[in-house]
Design a protein around this ligand. Structure first.
Ligand code: HEM
Length: 438
């Protein structure tokens, strides 16, 4: 109910996590550092400290960096043009490299196979190992029966999650133990990156980690709030939040566009009209010249919604839709259920980007909260603009050079893994076809 959302959503709910599996995350480096237990006050301060990084002017300054990584991934496609490409893996590397630079100020060099001498890390193997573990950690927080038992239990009965995890993590062979050990290693590595950066005398002001450490250097209050552990947890959160869902959206868009030639045709016309081949777009051009691409991305996020659940906890007793929810009740929203509601999206399973055209009746009539891939309210995704910029730049660059077709190894119907972020179970497998004259 719109009125209720307005009234209740903002005023009476306190948000306690991001997309948001508190019990699942409490086993991750975030939870181990106590992020969720105390995070509200500190998180608001942190959001304020870093919000400038997500403002249009800073995002615009990231375009050339993003373009460099995007070009590397296109070059990778070019050298594998006769083979199947697992777009899920390639886009995960791309988005991890980009967020590595933006959040840590570190070049992970995942796309750059030749990059043996990484400037920011003494040992390239360390970086590769770190990322492998990061990828394991992001994919192992599952919500089905193949995931950790304590996580599944925590979803059903949150109070049981912690004690069960404590027991299960000591038992060899359990997913809980594997996750625990991976998280310990990840935590240690993030701590090392943070400690190294903290010891540097001059830091840039362009990445998340440096901005927070700079604030700590100059401000005593900030030092008390942002302990080294807390900074590590947040830096890791950025890596986690910034890579998987962006990668999922890029591969989902490619999967859907490849299946719909009429959408592909219209999109290519828009991209070619602007002729962005090998050109660095500026923020205004990116924002204004690709309205159909905007619709395609929204529709891809609607059909395949990356965040399965968003959570809130009531900060006081409240009545919603005739139900009385006591204080501290967990409320879970499943955005994809909203996104498939035929009331707001007629023929919900049809991929039709035009339904997001601002001139279209369906779009005009739709409730503003019917489409919430980035969550909603004061705790909605802080990286929304960052990721949309990255996704747009990637699709423009790739489609100015190639079109894509599903590999014959691509399963149909496609299968999903439900984790903290949804993922394609076996990846999006495609073949690239070089476009004439490009
Ligand atoms: C397509 C890409 C992305 C999607 C679909 C997505 C989705 C979401 C969702 C649904 C939430 C929870 C919002 C809520 O509770 O209302 C969230 C939170 C968050 N996201 Fe994203 N996200 C994406 C990309 C990013 C990127 C690139 C970053 C970092 C650069 C990022 C950083 C965060 C952070 C830090 C939070 C927690 C915010 C808070 O708790 O105040 N996300 N995201």
């Amino acid at each position: 109910d719109p009125e209720l959302c307005k009234e209740v959503g903002i005023k009476k709910f306190k948000s306690i996590s991001n997309r948001s599996l508190p019990s699942a995350f409490s086993g991750s480096p975030l939870g181990q550092k106590g992020l969720f237990s105390t995070r509200d006050a500190r998180w608001s301060a942190m959001r304020n400290a870093i919000v400038s990084l997500y403002q249009p002017s800073h995002l615009a300054s990231l375009i050339p960096t993003m373009q460099t990584y995007i070009k590397s991934s296109a070059d990778h496609i070019s050298s594998n043009i006769t083979e199947d490409i697992n777009m899920s893996i390639l886009s995960h590397k791309l988005s991890t490299d980009i967020i590595g630079q933006a959040a840590f100020g570190v070049n992970f060099g995942l796309l750059d196979a030749e990059n043996k001498a990484n400037k920011d890390c003494d040992d390239q193997n360390e970086v590769t190992e770190f990322i492998k573990e990061h990828m394991y950690a992001t994919t192992s927080l599952k919500m089905d029966l193949s995931g950790s038992f304590s996580i599944i239990l925590g979803l059903l009965v949150p109070i049981l999650h912690k004690p069960f995890r404590q027991i299960l993590k000591t038992i060899p062979g359990t997913a809980d133990r594997k996750i625990h050990q991976t998280n310990l290693k990840l935590s240690k590595r993030v701590d090392e990156i943070v400690a190294k950066r903290a010891s540097e005398k001059s830091r840039s002001s362009k990445d998340f980690l440096s901005v927070v450490l700079n604030a700590n250097d100059t401000d005593k209050a900030s030092r008390q709030l942002f302990t080294p552990d807390y900074i590590s947890a947040l830096t890791y959160e950025h890596l986690l939040a910034g890579s998987t869902s962006t990668a999922f959206t890029i591969s989902s868009a490619l999967y859907l566009i490849s299946k719909h030639p009429e959408v592909e045709k219209k999109l290519l016309e828009e991209i070619d009209r602007f002729d962005p081949h090998d050109k660095t777009l500026n923020a205004d051009e990116l924002h204004n010249n690709f309205p159909y691409l905007d619709q395609v991305i929204k529709e891809a996020m609607r059909i395949h919604t990356g965040s399965p659940l968003v959570a809130r906890q009531t900060s006081q007793k409240v009545e919603i839709g005739g139900y009385i929810l006591p204080k501290n009740t967990w409320v879970w929203i499943a955005p994809e259920v909203l996104h498939k509601d035929p009331k707001h999206f007629p023929e919900p399973n049809v991929f039709r980007p035009e339904r997001f055209d601002p001139a279209c009746e369906e779009e005009k009539k739709r409730h503003p909260y019917a489409f919430i891939p980035f969550g909603i309210g004061p705790r909605m995704c802080i990286g929304q603009k960052f990721s949309l910029q990255e996704i747009k730049l990637t699709l423009i660059h790739l489609y100015s050079r190639y079109i894509f077709r599903h590999s014959h190894k691509m399963e149909s119907p496609i299968e999903f893994d439900y984790g903290v972020v949804v993922n394609f179970k076996n990846g999006v497998k495609i073949r690239a076809i070089k476009r004439v004259n490009n």
